[in-house]
Design a protein around this ligand. Sequence first.
Ligand SMILES: Nc1ncnc2c1ncn2[C@@H]1O[C@H](COP(=O)(O)OP(=O)(O)OP(=O)(O)O)[C@@H](O)[C@H]1O
Ligand SMILES: NC(=O)c1ccc[n+]([C@@H]2O[C@H](COP(=O)(O)O)[C@@H](O)[C@H]2O)c1
Length: 421
Amino acid sequence: MFCWKSQTMATPSRVVLLACGSYNPVTNMHLRMFEIARDALNKTGRYQVVSGIMSPVSDGYKKKDLLPAKHRCEMLKLALKSSDWIKMDQWECSMSSWTQTAQVLRHHRQQVEQQQQHGEMFNHVKPSPKRRKKQHHNIVADLTENQIPSLEDTSEHSVPSVKLLCGADLLESFAVPGLWDEEDIEYIVGSHGLVVITRCGSDPQKFIYESDILTKYQENIVIVTEWIFNDISSTKVRRALRRGESVKYLVQDSVIDYIRKHQLYGVPDNKYFNNMLPSPNQENTTNQLDKESVGFKGGGKIVSEATLEDITTNPTSGEISVILRSAHNNGSADGFITRHLPLHRMITHLDKKGSPSSSLNGSPHRMEKKGSPASTVKVTTTFTKDDEPQSNHKISCISDIGTLVRRVKNVRVGFTPETRV
Ligand SMILES: Nc1ncnc2c1ncn2[C@@H]1O[C@H](COP(=O)(O)OP(=O)(O)OP(=O)(O)O)[C@@H](O)[C@H]1O
Ligand SMILES: NC(=O)c1ccc[n+]([C@@H]2O[C@H](COP(=O)(O)O)[C@@H](O)[C@H]2O)c1
């Protein structure tokens, strides 16, 4: 008969995940790597991930386009606000010269050992006894009978190991001549261990097979196949920013706001980009118009000076596209900028302002288009309500879309299914 106490109790060993990188800037995939790795390791039943550390490389790394650590760290701090178990550590980037990754791992192992000695727990969120019991059962569910850990042995007194978390491209860079020292590779894989997240175009299994040293320590390498491919890289994010393209949903909103504020990565140096719409969860800024006077919730700055070229709406998605031509060189190929706003904001605006005057010129079928709520169409009639209409659709000192809409006349609003992007 199966007996709990008589089994060989394989207690999951505790792991701290350490990821070294440029984080220039930190992307959502850098953050997701940790989540993917933690899930995979915990599921094996062999490991229990207790914390994650992101270690930005120092300015001494001299990689092309590397921003000063000050900015990279600020962005990391903002991005990590959404995590309760990953933190940034600035030891590496506080160095004036570059520190090899083996040395960074060594440092963190010492830190972990010291913290363990001082009785600091590595469970950032210490589970309640009830939750611990539940966690235990979750682990048990993934294990075979003779691997079942005992409830009493929680391994909280063991020193967690520090494993290097990386993408498969970093693993494959081990083969780049002169980039890594042999003994560093041996130390990293032999003494710490690697957790490798697959990346488009990589084949870590084959890479390990072809390397004697990696094959020797292959039991210390966990390859995590990421089935939800996501090939974001900081390089691609920087490229998009340089070109004035949106990076929303590739990096955290707070990071986008920081990049705009500090005009990083060649974000065009003009008023337009400084005053783009803030993320929905961003606090009001002093530059923003009084929400009530504008008449819709959320307000939001758009441009300092721009010409409104067109507004199109998509009744299916409820999105309105405002196409502006920047008065400054905005870095985009054709000088056009497109912004998308949820239509409900505009409706709110209308509701607050009362009945519209329907004096809008332009697309004659906008009111009648099937499936388009009439109120949606009428929104734009508030253009002529106050302020002098500007000639040539020229807008100056626009602080939010409400003002933009009020000040511009002769704007064509068409309910075409197509959204201009
Ligand atoms: N999309 C991704 N999938 C898997 N791993 C990734 C991904 N993006 C980054 N990584 C990993 O994140 C770690 C941090 O690297 P780094 O900041 O240098 O990333 P990067 O986005 O590739 O940067 P860059 O594009 O500037 O070279 C590396 O181990 C890298 O392999
Ligand atoms: N020999 C080494 O220790 C070595 C070599 C190349 C990259 N790295 C590290 O890998 C991380 C990612 O570097 P890249 O952004 O150049 O891919 C950085 O933290 C860097 O310090 C370490």
